[in-house]
Design a protein around this ligand. Structure first.
Ligand code: FAD
Length: 457
């Protein structure tokens, strides 16, 4: 292994969640880090970006813990959600705990708060410099050169780095540049559903208007509404629906009669006026899933977070997976003594398959959340999972728990679920044969009796 005797210059493109976390990890190892962020500094200027709340779970928490931020985020700010609360059309509720055996929870955290905590933490390291209003417009990914546009002064400058980290999100410029290279595979899929953010205000006595310990879901088959609690006792909701459905809601009247029919309880909680105002103030946003390979170029460029594997948000795991990328990167820096010629290919080798697996699982979970959760077969499977998990907790771990409450490789989470399906199918067949056998027994007895009678003669 090559001995790395100097600290590297790392240029991180994107100061979002994953980029600012990555800066902390590199700085901890003494590397010199520059973050170039397209937007203004969110600590100074507010902005309205993608979803306000995020669900944080073990993979993300472990990464935050490693840079001493878990407490600031989870204990001081996170709101524990111990399960789903399903809202039926008739107003009845059904609670579905995430983990009724060990009581594990996921945490609702504000994206802005989390990003601010991470930027502040990165800035505390003398090795880190933050640059805002800097848009990367071009790069030479082979030799670590970046072309940067200052969006305020409209000037362009060039910088050089030993390693470029592309943490510039789902529409990554770094990935777009890598895509021009041979042997780079990339696929993007827009789903035909979009989302609009809506807000549930505080309830009576400044309390939550619904349970503050759940992720609320209004599953309606083709579409759904969800809401996550905020620490000011409001909720941030999202309606996810086919664009074809959203397009039909052209006037406030269309919209209100849709809500009256589908989500009458939300009309009450939010109020007609606010609901209409919030909805028509915003354009529905698109949802994209990205799979690409490799994640690196030589020893000079690496994609992480959404730039590498943006996914639809239905498992609430995109950011957690991005944070886990950085944990893996750090483990590899430790193993290979910060020799990026070894680290980068190993990262691609270890991460691609898992990231592709979670992208697919996230697609599947949309169907589960908006439709399957109301079906008897799903409820039966959930009860079986809980029953078996309680009796053999280390052998039978439900899919959701492996994703959110463990660091099992994503591909193994899927393999584990497939194994469980197989076991349950076999048990199902055995039970069926047993029942058929029991039903057939009297006929067999009669036949056997006749036989016995006839052989006597
Ligand atoms: P981003 O957060 O997108 O940050 C990228 C940064 O790069 C941005 O700041 C951007 O301004 C900057 N940038 C872009 N281009 C350039 C450029 N050319 N030059 C310089 N800077 C640039 N994940 C969860 O784990 N839990 C959830 O509950 C969850 N809910 C979600 C709900 C919705 C509706 C959506 C859309 C996503 C959700 N996610 C969730 C996923 C999560 O938001 C992403 O996985 C996460 O934001 C990825 O972080 P990132 O830093 O890789 O990318």
């Amino acid at each position: 292994m090559a001995v790395v005797d100097r600290k590297s210059r790392i240029a991180i493109v994107g100061g979002g969640l994953v980029g600012s976390l990555a800066a902390c990890f590199f700085a901890k190892r003494g590397h010199s880090v520059s973050i170039y962020e397209y937007r203004a500094d969110i600590r100074v200027e507010d902005y309205r970006g993608q979803s306000i709340d995020l669900a944080l779970s073990i993979r993300g928490r472990e990464a935050l813990r490693a840079v001493g931020l878990e407490e600031a985020v989870v204990d001081h700010h996170g709101i524990a959600m111990r399960g789903r609360m399903l809202h039926n059309k008739d107003g009845t509720l059904r609670e579905m705990l995430y983990d009724s055996v060990k009581g594990n929870c996921i945490y609702s955290v504000s994206r802005r708060y989390l990003n601010i905590v991470l930027l502040n933490a990165a800035e505390k390291y003398p090795e880190v410099s933050l640059f805002f209003n800097k848009k990367i417009i071009d790069a030479n990914v082979d030799n670590g050169k970046l072309k940067i546009l200052d969006t305020k002064t409209k000037t362009i400058e060039g910088v050089e780095a030993d390693l470029i980290i592309g943490a510039d999100g789902a529409y990554s410029t770094v990935r777009r540049i890598m895509a021009k290279r041979p042997l780079f595979n990339c696929s993007q899929t827009y789903i035909e559903h979009g989302y609009v953010e809506l807000f549930v205000p505080v309830g009576a006595n400044n309390e939550f208007a619904m349970s503050g310990e759940h992720l609320h879901i209004w599953p309606r088959g083709e579409f759904m509404m969800i809401a996550l609690p905020n620490d000011d006792h409001t909720f941030t909701g999202n309606i996810f629906a086919p664009f074809a459905t959203l397009d039909q809601l052209k006037t406030p009247q269309d919209f209100l009669s849709f809500y009256q029919k589908q989500f009458p309880d939300l009309l009450e909680l939010i109020g007609r006026e606010k609901l209409v105002k919030d909805y028509f103030e915003r354009e529905p946003k698109t949802l994209i899933s990205i799979k690409c390979k490799p994640y690196h170029v030589g020893k000079t460029t690496l994609l992480v977070g959404d730039a590498a594997h943006a996914m639809v948000p239905f498992y609430g795991i995109g950011m957690n997976a991005g944070f886990e990328d950085i944990l893996l990167l750090d483990e590899l820096m430790e193993r290979y003594n910060s020799d990026f010629s070894l680290i980068l290919p190993k990262f691609t080798e270890l991460r691609c398959e898992d990231a592709h697996a979670i992208c697919e699982l996230a697609m599947y979970n949309y169907i589960e959340m908006r439709d399957l959760v109301t079906r008897k077969s799903f409820l039966l499977r959930k009860s079986l999972d809980t029953f078996l998990h309680r009796r053999i907790p280390n052998t039978w771990i439900p899919l959701y728990s492996t994703i959110h409450f463990s660091r099992m490789k994503f591909r193994d989470c899927i393999a584990n679920k497939e194994w469980q399906d197989k076991v349950l199918r076999r048990i199902g067949w055995c039970v069926m044969f047993l029942i058929i056998g029991m039903l057939m027994a009297p006929f067999v007895e009669v036949l056997a009796g006749k036989n016995a009678f006839s052989t006597e003669y």
